[in-house]
Design a binder for this molecule. Structure first.
Ligand SMILES: Cc1cc2nc3c(=O)[nH]c(=O)nc-3n(C[C@H](O)[C@H](O)[C@H](O)COP(=O)(O)O)c2cc1C
Length: 221
């Protein structure tokens, strides 16, 4: 696939078909993504792949946890404060998703159903958890994770797969550690839901906005 087509064509997938992704294909994607740049070529990332029974357990846990009353405690702090223009965009995505599903703001039951769908990865049969060692600094290794995450998503798209990068998947890292056998000394940074997209789902066709270039580029001469 041509690069620009891949960059513009990749989009967050929020409805997956149940079909499993062959292990070889997941290996191929991660092997190729390993060519991503990183600080001093440190390649500080690690990935845990959840499929099958492990993923079923993960999904059960994700559905149950919110009702336990225990607050989420992600390894990576979830920021509440964004600049106003950014907050607008963030709120807008939520609104577009809910209105696409025909859900009114006051309809708590339908909103909860959507969040349950999110907890179960929109039906994805695979979750890639991006992790790194707690012995590392936070900042640059986190950039490395961001860079390889985009590479994974582009490669997946190129191979006819869909992805959704999901902070929502890593809100309960201690429970995930138990389910997936991830050692305590790893930070669980983000999850990437992976699977075959349902192309007809309205959620996979929502309009997406991007800022004009002059809103985020400053020239000096
Ligand atoms: C770090 C990160 C975390 C995200 N977490 C979630 C999430 O928990 N749930 C979700 O539906 N989308 C999540 N997204 C997807 C964004 O909402 C999405 O990338 C953004 O709206 C732009 O849309 P696009 O990916 O379709 O271009 C996340 C994206 C990033 C980069």
């Amino acid at each position: 696939m041509e690069l620009l087509t891949a960059i513009k064509g990749r989009r967050s997938i929020r409805k997956f078909k149940p079909d499993k992704v062959p292990k070889n294909l997941i290996r191929e994607i991660l092997n190729e993504a390993g060519w991503s740049p990183s600080w001093g070529n440190t390649q500080s990332w690690e990935f845990y792949i959840l499929t099958g029974k492990t993923l079923d357990e993960f999904k059960e846990m994700s559905l149950e946890k919110p009702s336990t009353g225990l607050p989420p405690s992600p390894d990576v702090y979830m920021p509440e404060n964004w600049l106003p223009a950014m907050k607008l965009r963030y709120v807008e995505v939520g609104k577009v998703v809910l209105s696409t599903l025909g859900i009114k703001r006051e309809d708590k039951k339908s909103r909860d159903d959507y969040y349950r769908d999110m907890a179960t990865l929109f039906g994805a049969p695979c979750l890639i958890l991006a992790c790194n060692s707690r012995d590392l600094a936070v900042e640059y290794p986190m950039l490395d994770i961001g860079i390889i995450t985009q590479t994974i998503c582009l490669l997946a798209h190129d191979k006819g797969l869909g992805t959704c990068i999901m902070a929502a998947t890593v809100r309960y890292p201690d429970a995930i550690r138990k389910i997936a056998g991830i050692p305590d000394d790893k930070r669980i940074i983000l999850g990437i839901a992976l699977g075959y997209p349902d192309p007809d789902s309205p959620l996979n066709n929502i309009p997406r906005q991007r800022a004009e270039i002059d809103e985020f580029v400053h020239w000096t001469e």
